[in-house]
Design a binder for this molecule. Structure first.
Ligand SMILES: [Ca+2]
Length: 122
């Protein structure tokens, strides 16, 4: 299972290109461009599973750092600042890693498109 079986290669390419410059990564924008906001909760669960590289049930900061490379192996790693901001935004229960609550953030992003749920600063 790879992300390209869930998301279109074109959309992934666009999303990666949009945040090529260090510190330009915005999860909300990225999820929109790569098409994740249009996916079903089931697909989002699969994506979460892919990002959770060691299958611990959580996405830790070390895994988050390589977030973009899960989409495209040649993509850059996230900067410490981006990793931290992403983690803080998606860490629902402040335990320093993204678990089930963080998965809901992915789902919230999906709702964002329709309900204008604001994840500004994410
Ligand atoms: Ca993990």
């Amino acid at each position: 299972m790879s992300l390209s079986s869930i998301l279109s290669a074109d959309a992934i390419d666009k999303a990666i290109k949009d945040c090529q410059a260090p510190d330009s990564f915005c999860p909300k924008k990225f999820f929109q461009i790569c098409g994740l906001t249009q996916k079903s909760p089931q697909d989002i669960k699969k994506v979460f599973g892919i990002l959770d590289n060691d299958a611990s049930g959580y996405i830790e900061d070390e895994e988050l750092k390589f977030f973009l490379q899960r989409f495209t192996p040649s993509a850059r790693v996230l900067t410490d600042k981006e990793t931290k901001a992403f983690l803080v935004a998606a860490d629902g229960d402040s335990d320093g890693r993204i678990g089930a609550a963080g998965r809901n953030i992915f789902l919230c992003v999906k709702r964002t498109a329709k309900n204008k749920y604001d994840l500004e600063g994410v």
